[in-house]
Write a protein that binds this ligand. Structure first.
Ligand SMILES: NC(=O)C1=CN([C@@H]2O[C@H](COP(=O)(O)OP(=O)(O)OC[C@H]3O[C@@H](n4cnc5c(N)ncnc54)[C@H](O)[C@@H]3O)[C@@H](O)[C@H]2O)[C@@H](O)CC1
Ligand SMILES: [K+]
Length: 483
């Protein structure tokens, strides 16, 4: 599991750890890890390379200056550009001077950057507030130009200008090829739009672990998913493995039913029951489906329902949503059903409910503009989970799963190629199937998103949504070869 902690948690853990150590120990640990990582990103090593350290006035600048000193000690030509010469970290400056580095002001930044092989962004870390101020923004521009002519930009702790806690980019920010972060990941490194500014991530252990509280955000890794995947046992039969009911499709959109069933057949449930008017299309493609024309209440027992893809919004659709919400089994609500599901009825349910909106649907449910949700995905998915007292999976560039009282999850496997018609229908079927197989709503959402993203990454693009469903068994085996 990859964990991310908010600034307040990092600060209190740092204070507790620092109280046990001689002054300056943490910064030296951070700088040592940073310098080592810089050696790793420079092809051909550090010796003789031109390094520019951009140093702000806080401890982030201090880290960068100490790392610059280490690189100078290994034979790099290091120039530090201080944003404000009178306020830069004095001990960091002294260390760099001793190691033979040069120190200069912002006026000389363009010339220094034009020749740089490596740029260290040490303007702001977790102490940064808002978008970069004008002088820092100019340095970010100059660093971008250097990057375009081949310099590697490494952000210290965070790309300066991104919000560590929320993943927002309120104004100008650095764009890094890699970010070396200290002690723990920060939510902003994992959530778009900020995550896009961070490049490849490297975590340096500075000993914070024992002092950190529960994370604000976590990302499943292969081994976590392998542990959660449902595996049939010797005594399993199709009912014990779970039956997932899919209420989807309409005369107008029969394909959504086929795609949702295609996802559901690959999610580990023992059987898929389809309810709706697209039974012929579903059977034509997947003859193993149990088909009934409806309504859901008469379809037979299921362990979880998926409702919504291509459903439409006529009175039959409304009735189906009401019937499904009245069942005492987990329900996944997607697409058209999101609009039709009464908030109070969802809040009153005892069995788990999982909503799977994209940004536009989430915006409509919260009565805000879509751009608002895209700008601050983490806070909006949390608001929605609280408003519906449900688990919410917010689809998009970084898919998030939120539930009150537990760390949010961010999916690490997404790809922009998933922005294709029908891809959400496959995800809802796949995730509902995991629910029917017994996973909690939070685990089903995060494992579903993980497999879905991985399947897309292992499918040659451009692809159609049905190909993602076809690819799920392959990635399931890559995650858990024996399952
Ligand atoms: N506290 C600790 O024990 C450790 C801290 N570390 C480093 O210290 C950093 C935090 O240091 P600080 O608390 O000093 O804060 P930062 O250095 O992150 O930022 C504070 C400085 O940035 C300026 N600033 C804030 N917002 C700005 C904006 N929008 N545009 C331009 N300038 C802006 C402030 O005026 C101040 O000078 C971490 O990110 C990490 O890099 C590491 O050395 C590890 C140990
Ligand atoms: K930084």
């Amino acid at each position: 599991m990859r964990h991310a902690h908010a600034v307040d948690s990092v600060r209190s853990a740092e204070a507790a750890l620092m109280a046990t150590l001689p002054p300056g120990t943490l910064m030296r640990r951070a700088a040592a890890g940073l310098a080592a990582a810089c050696g790793g990103v420079l092809d051909g090593g550090v010796y003789g390379r031109r390094v520019v350290v951009l140093a702000g006035s806080g401890d982030n600048g201090g880290d960068a200056l100490y790392a610059g000193a280490r690189l100078a000690g290994r034979g790099a030509g290091v120039t530090a550009v201080t944003l404000d010469p009178d306020r830069a970290h004095p001990d960091g400056l002294a260390a760099l001077r001793r190691a033979g580095g040069r120190i200069t002001g912002p006026d000389h930044a363009p010339a220094a950057l034009a020749r740089a092989d490596l740029v260290l962004d040490g303007i702001t870390g977790i102490g940064g507030k808002g978008g970069l101020r004008p002088r820092a923004a100019e340095l970010a521009h100059a660093a971008r130009a250097a990057s375009a002519s081949g310099a590697v930009v490494v952000a210290v702790d965070l790309p300066s200008g991104v919000d560590a806690d929320t993943g927002e980019t309120p104004g100008e920010a650095f764009r890094a090829d890699a970010t070396v972060t200290f002690g723990t990941y920060k939510p902003g490194l994992l959530v778009d739009p900020a995550a896009e500014y961070a490049g490849a991530l490297r975590l340096v252990d500075i000993g914070l672990g024992p002092y950190l509280p529960e994370p604000e955000l976590e990302a499943l890794q292969h081994e976590d998913v392998a542990r959660l995947l449902p595996v049939p046992r010797g005594e399993s039969d199709k009912y014990r493995r779970g039956v997932v009911g899919v209420v989807a499709g309409s005369q107008r959109y029969p394909g959504a039913a086929v795609l949702a069933v295609g996802g559901a057949l690959r999610g580990g449930a023992g059987a898929v029951r389809y309810v709706g008017p697209a039974g012929d299309a579903v059977i034509g493609r997947y003859p193993e489906t149990l088909v009934s024309a409806g309504p859901p209440a008469k379809a037979g027992r299921v362990q979880a329902w998926v409702i919504g893809p291509g459903l439409g919004d006529d009175h039959l659709a409304r009735q189906s949503v009401d019937e499904v919400l009245a069942c005492d089994v987990p329900v996944l609500i997607d697409a058209d059903a999101l609009r039709l599901a009464d908030r109070e009825r969802v809040r009153a349910r005892r069995a788990p409910t999982l909503l799977t909106p994209h940004a536009g649907e989430a915006a409509a449910l919260l009565d805000v503009a879509r751009e608002e949700v895209e700008r601050a995905r983490l806070s909006h998915v949390r608001r929605l989970a609280a408003a519906y007292r449900a688990t919410v999976l917010l689809k998009g560039s970084t898919t998030l799963v939120a539930e009150e009282g537990a760390p949010a999850r961010v999916n690490p496997t997404g790809t922009a190629w998933l922005a294709t018609a029908g891809s959400g229908d496959v995800l809802s079927g796949l995730t509902g199937s995991l629910l029917a197989a017994g996973l909690s709503a939070r685990d089903a959402g995060s494992v579903g998103a993980y497999l879905h993203g991985l399947a897309a990454r292992h499918t040659r693009h451009p692809f159609g949504a049905h190909e993602i469903a076809d690819r799920v068994p392959y990635v399931w085996h890559s995650v858990h070869p024996r399952a």
